[in-house]
Design a protein around this ligand. Structure first.
Ligand SMILES: [Zn+2]
Length: 87
């Protein structure tokens, strides 16, 4: 089984309909955001599938968020939390 090159957790690669390869956690679970075996990302609906590994990786979360922002700007104090707004 392949492993995450950052946190060494076991992962599975799911190929999306667009041909992208997405690292996911191996267990099939029901979660608000999952990737199905066909590679479709399902959000905001509890569905059976794999959780994207970037959501659970212990080593990459903070760095990924910072990388997406301008390095000259400080990150916001309140992180975006679309799942929390559903409650
Ligand atoms: Zn990882």
């Amino acid at each position: 089984m392949p492993t995450c090159n950052r946190c060494k957790a076991p992962i599975v690669w799911i190929t999306t309909p667009k041909g992208k390869h997405m690292p996911c956690d191996p267990p099939i679970v029901t979660a608000p955001t999952v990737v199905t075996a066909e590679g479709n990302v399902v959000k905001d609906r509890v569905t059976l599938g794999h959780v994207p590994h970037w959501a659970s990786c212990t080593q990459v979360g903070q760095n990924l968020r910072f990388a997406k922002r301008s390095p000259k700007q400080a990150p916001k104090e309140t992180p975006d939390d679309p799942q929390g707004s559903l409650l």
